[in-house]
Design a protein around this ligand. Structure first.
Ligand code: BGP
Length: 464
């Protein structure tokens, strides 16, 4: 059958998830607490409907059933993460054998079913034992992370051939140290800079170890790239503000990951603020010499920016927002449930940018998706959620991915967020993202949605 949008042979079709959002906590599983377990214990009211990280979708016990559903929905590849606090309950030292058994079984089951596992090493889930000593603020966490990474490569690297050092490393910076949506909920630019630096350093050091181990796979990083569009392209001040926002939120991690250097604008600002992070003599060289093989791109929404017109918030300053204002563009297309703009062409702009400005690095779309509240409204007589809006969302984005590939971008796959409805941090189960629904009131019963069936056809046909 001739497809309107045919993708290159071997294109990866699948989805992404994370350990903390899917596995759950079970008695006797030996898992240590992460910052999420701790925060939920302290302030359960901060989590939607008071649903905490111990509940989630029970993948720890139901992965076999779930992998069959991945097959039914056309997965050729799947990304999740190894929970640091599951493998090393104290963040370092003793290995939890039950975690080793679980990840071995999960990985083997994926491979036995023809689905290639991709593993990420950090998805916002700092072990509490390390957070108590400062988490990413503390240099010792970098060493602990590298030891954790090496343990993972040693245990699972014979079978896992795609590794990622972080998922969205800017998010722990934003959530934990600027905008207060992750523990420890600080507003502290100096800490934010140090945390970001340590994450980048940890990534480079893990990449170095992985390459030295010669395991025959690839290692990369997953970044949420939010293209920054100026309100008025002809207003140099709007344009400059958008460039600064881009340096803060995109190039802060993209440049060191791909080029081994930090963006000039950011370095200048950090120096002006007298907030150059603490570092050792060879850190910058380590970052320069250990760049990624593969880039994962998460794309949900763009950022609309205008020059700073509102007064600086003195109670919070310095903040990235001292340098720009967010622009509330009229008539933008919105996902009202998550409050995020839908701008399909953004995905094309990101891919074009990687081609033109980042050496056309090998990349794939590692997350894209649409969280919708109250999807049970759309259940048909057979109990299937008819999520046509999701099919439209995915296909509208895929058309732009296709165009970028036609123009030469080295994009080799597309992963949806997410496989099955999962626990979304403080939003818990409010917005549903999956190809497969999870009925919390009914023993977490799984049912493939209409979009899951559609995705199977796309994967089988390698296009649509
Ligand atoms: C990404 C994260 C995921 C996931 C997704 C959806 O930023 O990598 O972990 O949660 O966004 O966002 P949310 O859960 O906040 O709705």
């Amino acid at each position: 059958m001739k497809m309107d949008y045919q993708f290159p042979a071997g294109f990866w079709w699948g989805s992404a998830a994370s350990g903390p959002q899917t596995e759950g906590v079970f008695e006797g599983d030996g898992k240590g607490a992460s910052i999420w377990d701790y925060w939920y214990q302290q302030e359960p009211e901060k989590f939607f409907n008071r649903v905490g990280p111990e509940k989630t979708s029970q993948v720890y016990t139901r992965y076999q059933e779930d992998i069959q559903l991945m097959k039914e929905t056309g997965h050729t590849t799947f990304r999740t993460s190894i929970q640091w606090s599951r493998l090393l309950p104290q963040g370092k030292g003793e290995v939890n054998q039950k975690a080793v058994d679980f990840y071995n079984a999960y990985i083997d089951e994926l491979i036995a079913n023809g689905i290639e596992p991709f593993m990420n090493l950090y998805h916002f889930d700092m072990p509490m034992a390390l957070q108590e000593k400062g988490g990413w603020l503390n240099r010792e966490t970098v060493d602990a992370y590298v030891a954790f990474a090496q343990t993972c490569f040693t245990l699972f690297g014979d079978r896992v051939k795609k590794w990622f050092t972080h998922n969205e490393p800017i998010v722990p910076v934003e959530g934990g140290y600027l905008y207060q949506f992750h523990y420890p909920n600080e507003i502290n630019m100096k800490h934010a800079v140090q945390v970001g630096f340590h994450e980048t350093l940890a990534s480079a050091k893990a990449i170095k170890v992985y390459h030295e181990m010669n395991l025959g796979g690839e290692i990369g990083i997953i970044l949420n790239l939010t293209p920054s569009y100026p309100r008025d392209e002809n207003d140099p001040e709007d344009v400059k503000a958008a460039q600064i926002a881009d340096a803060f939120f995109n190039r802060s991690f993209l440049d060191p990951a791909v080029k081994g250097t930090f963006p000039e604008e950011l370095v200048t600002i950090v120096k002006e603020l007298d907030m150059v992070p603490a570092m050792e003599a060879d850190d910058l060289q380590t970052i320069r010499e250990n760049t990624i093989d593969l880039l994962g791109i998460n794309y949900y929404q763009p950022r609309r920016i205008m020059k700073k017109e509102s007064p600086i918030d003195q109670a919070k300053s310095p903040m990235p927002d001292d340098y720009f204002d967010n622009y509330d563009m009229p008539n933008k297309k919105m996902n009202p449930y998550r409050g995020w703009e839908i701008y399909e062409k953004g995905i094309y702009d990101i891919l074009t940018n990687t081609r033109e400005n980042y050496g056309n690095i090998k990349c794939y779309i590692s997350e894209n998706g649409m969280g919708v509240e109250g999807e049970e409204r759309f259940v048909n007589a057979d109990g299937v959620i008819e999520d046509d809006y999701r099919i439209e969302f995915v296909s509208d984005h895929l058309k732009y991915v296709h165009q970028a590939i036609q123009e030469g971008t080295n994009c080799v796959g597309y992963h949806m967020w997410t496989c099955m409805d999962n626990w979304s941090w403080t939003n818990a189960y409010k917005n549903r993202y999956g190809f497969i629904s999870v009925d919390l009131a009914n023993d977490a019963k799984r049912t493939v949605k209409k979009s899951g069936r559609w995705f199977k056809e796309v994967s089988d046909n390698n296009g649509f």
